[in-house]
Design a binder for this molecule. Sequence first.
Ligand code: GLY
Ligand code: MN
Length: 462
Amino acid sequence: MFAADTYRQRRQTLAQKLGSGIVLFLGNEDSPMNYADNCFRFRQDSNFLYYFGIDFPGIAALMDIDQNTCLLFGDDYSIDDIVWMGPQPKMAERAAAVGVEKVEASTRLADYIAKALQSKRQIHFTLPYHHAVKIRLAALLDCPIAALAEKESVELIKAIVAQREIKSEEELAEIEKAVDISVDMHVAAMQTARPGMLEAEVAARVEGIALAANGYISFPVIASKNGQTLHNHYHGNILKKGDLFLLDAGAEIESHYCGDLSSTFPVGQAFTERQKLIYEISLQSHYTAIEQLREGITYREVHFAVCRKLAENMKSLGLLKGNVDDIVAASAHALFLPHGLGHQMGLDVHDMENLGEVWVGYDGQAKSTQFGLKSLRFAKALKPGHVFTVEPGIYFIPELIDLWRERHVHDDFIVWSEVEKWRDFGGIRNEENYCITAQGPRRLGTKVKPKTVSEVEAIIAK
Ligand code: GLY
Ligand code: MN
């Protein structure tokens, strides 16, 4: 949590941007797993954390821009609660810590909203993603849940994105802490994975490091010998000597800032010549991206530079044919890279994704529907303060290969007989976190994750 002034300043900037109306922020609620008292680990909404910093369920906030007031709604805990939960700060203390002077009981929020509705005041809100919060909002606004989406404030979304996407120095310092723990998670996985182990044993070690740092994981760990499945959360396979293991995992620290890294390494031995060949190509994609990073270039251009490099390399290997620009324009290279180069990162691992990729990644421009390009989450011109991932990969997805081959998709560019020789290869991804500064791009974190063939081979368990 930052000093009260940080939150006050953020709210002031938001109010100035919007100019008038009421802004309603509903914090997240506890979410039961299997009975009411047995809840999932609580995760506060990131907009709520950004403007109000209070990491506790069931709190709402209302900013009245025209009257220049800000209110928090929530209830103090009774002695019955305290017996089970231990001493808790009073709402007034929580509010003071983030620069809010006025607190009301949670039941009073409905009166404020009813009055605002009666006087036809504009109520800005963003569409919740939590069902319980959707229900609460629909009841407050006296509107069907299905109609909430059309009432969501695009003005508010744009204002939040403009603020949250430019990270301050104090935010960068938090993100670097998260990245450092994420590096520890990856190093531990490389040192842990051995033939005969379950993938789950590696995943548990990785997750344990985030927990031991009094944090959590920033998304469910991907730890698999089947790295060709982009988001593979199955951890039940036994590792064999020589398997390629893909880990995509990051830490979320106590302040909820995130890291997100990916590594790929061989189990129990050095890379085979075949693995090394594709791994080196994936590193070339990575370095191509890094070389391009600068203020003003769009991330879409960086993505395309990577796609061209990959197409060029796959052509040299005999898997693609034809003109590289034509291959990339047709998206034939997406057989090997069906996802985008990266995404913004901050209080959410895919920062602000619930506000809509069209605003977070595209400044309101329509996203492409082309296979491959449609999965590029971030395409904007890079600005100082932007924090994002660089995560090119190379995948051989047998199901996709079979489907495209059967349907003659991109027969002009794909040499199917050569692709078949690699169908069981698996997948590779390397991911790092960068920010743009006035001085240029900077890799985040004080620790560096092993990435080159020799760095990886020096650290893996053999
Ligand atoms: N690290 C998972 C993702 O970026 O989608
Ligand atoms: Mn990522």
